[in-house]
Design a binder for this molecule. Structure first.
Ligand code: NAD
Length: 482
């Protein structure tokens, strides 16, 4: 019998772990209502009970001082830091997607850089007619729909902002990440109790479905909907007739021109594209490279851990990572194969018979603009590279690939005219220059973080103030001191 090499053994172990993670039996072991024998606080049988409990949470928050709210948030930050590793491991094991260490870092980012009550600022206007005060008030109970790609990160980030704003919150988590999301709901409630707050502050259900989301959307106690997810669910909440914040899909293009520091650009792009196996909606999804630097860029990417496949292999892989689906009207569309989303590059490559080790973190290929890898949001470490001859072509194709989602775009260049032209043309919520994509959410870049980037509805990099409504109080002719 032939002897197994170290590489063969690693591959077998990776395949067994992969099969365990994606098998229905493995998923069954995740309990949406408890962890290690500890029953989750704030997780209810059905959506209506969860909304009633969240409404009680809202009444409790309303009765609190800002200082008391901030104490709860400080405790949420502390527990998030302490339990980041547990949630990271749970997220990967339950969904089969992403990387534990990167998910851990995302939790730390949420703990450290999600704004709290300091984000809520009142303003005053004085003049001949007296004083007018403008305060940012809570909406009431917020209904939040969260994704499978950053499940606990989004629950905690949303909770901090929504509590800081004085709201109650009920979550309808993604069905593929219920246990991880509900762990985060429980963490927020444990933090609340530890800080002397109410027994239950934020709520969820043990069986989130499209139906429970529909109940949430039409319930009279829900005053604001916040949806973080793909186009289908964002469209659903925006059609609900309620005030809604929609944080939808992206397909972030990257332009690299011939003034960029090419080796740095190559490494930055691979670092950003492979972070949590490309699950973040802001991550680099396709590259438009000037023809005269493309070879060097590809070489730099390979040095940074990328593996280049041929055009024929890219076509073969496209048939695996995208599957055809028949829509209700009978027309056909392509959707991503959930068994490939957020998977390691070597696991994806093995599907076309290419065996590499874990040191390969990204699959790159040269394609034309119309290739599915460019057009579809894959959320996996596959990066197509399209050659362009000049900045006009680069901007034109990059904008077409972003396709009006107004989400995120990136550029590597030292030419300020090129940088400004692309930023203006693409009109995205986030535009990152000369850095990995995650700099755009405060990881190695300035500014606060969020896991709910609301392009379609315009709140942008959401924070506590996004979950408030303006109220005005007028005192005519008095209360000026000058
Ligand atoms: P998804 O769209 O599959 O699901 C999101 C949630 O919506 C889930 O709870 C799902 O069950 C529910 N849902 C789906 N369709 C619905 C409908 N019609 N009515 C009610 N509920 C519905 O999300 P996912 O795959 O976990 O997340 C990935 C997508 O989300 C990507 O497109 C990504 O770009 C996007 N995303 C955006 C942001 C952002 O901040 N803009 C952040 C994370 C993810």
């Amino acid at each position: 019998m032939a002897q197994l090499t170290e590489h063969d053994i690693k591959e077998i172990v990776a395949k067994v772990i992969g099969a365990m993670q994606s098998s229905p039996e493995a998923k069954k072991t995740w309990d949406a209502t408890q962890y290690g024998g500890r029953k989750f606080i704030g997780v209810y049988e059905d959506m209506k009970s969860a909304i009633d409990a969240a409404n009680n949470g809202y009444k409790a928050v309303r009765a609190m001082s800002v200082e008391e709210r901030e104490r709860i948030i400080t405790e949420i930050r502390k527990l998030t830091r302490e339990e980041a590793h547990i949630m990271a491991e749970m997220g990967v094991a339950e969904t089969g997607m992403g990387k534990v260490e990167h998910k851990r870092l995302k939790h730390l980012l949420v703990a450290d850089k999600t704004p709290g009550t300091e984000d809520i600022v009142s303003t005053a206007k004085t003049g001949d007619s007296g004083l007018t005060l403008i305060e940012m008030a809570p909406f009431g109970v917020v209904g939040a729909i969260t994704p499978s790609t950053n499940p606990s990160e989004t629950v905690i980030c949303n909770s901090i902002g929504m509590i800081a704003a004085g709201n109650g919150v009920v979550f309808n988590p993604h069905p593929n990440a219920i246990a991880t999301s509900n762990y985060a709901v429980d963490l927020v409630n444990r933090a609340c109790r530890a800080a002397g707050g109410p027994e239950v502050l934020v709520c969820s259900t043990g069986k989130p479905t499209m139906e429970s989301a529909a109940i949430m959307q039409s319930h009279p106690l829900i005053k604001l909907l916040v949806c973080t997810g793909g186009p289908g669910v964002v469209k659903a909440v925006l059609s609900s007739g309620k005030k809604a914040i929609g944080a939808g899909a992206g397909n972030p293009p990257v332009i690299v021109d011939d003034t960029a520091d090419i080796m740095k650009a190559a490494k930055d792009i691979i670092d950003g594209c492979t972070f949590d196996n490309n699950l973040p909606c802001i991550a680099e999804k396709e590259v438009f490279a000037f023809d005269n630097i493309a070879d060097r860029l590809i070489d730099g990417m390979k040095r940074a851990g990328a593996y280049q496949i041929t055009a024929a292999q890219a076509d073969e892989l496209a048939k695996i990572v995208l599957v055809e689906k028949t829509k209700k009207d009978g027309t056909k569309t392509k959707i991503v194969n959930r068994d490939c989303v957020g998977r390691d590059a070597d696991v994806i490559l093995a599907k076309i018979g290419v065996n590499v080790g874990k040191e390969i973190r990204c699959i790159i290929c040269e394609t034309d603009f119309m290739h599915d890898f460019v057009q579809e949001e894959l959320m996996m470490p596959i990066l197509p590279i399209v050659r362009v001859s000049n900045i006009d072509e680069a901007i034109d194709l990059a904008c077409k690939a972003e396709a009006g989602r107004r989400h995120t775009a990136h550029m590597h260049s030292k030419n300020i005219d090129n940088l400004s032209r692309f930023a203006r043309a693409v009109e995205t919520t986030i535009f990152v220059k000369n850095a990995p994509s995650y700099a755009g959410i405060g990881f190695g870049g300035e500014g606060h973080t969020t896991f709910t980037i609301a392009g379609p509805t315009g709140e942008g990099i959401t924070s506590a103030r996004s979950f408030t409504r303006q109220r005005r109080c007028v005192m005519a002719d008095s209360f000026r001191i000058i």
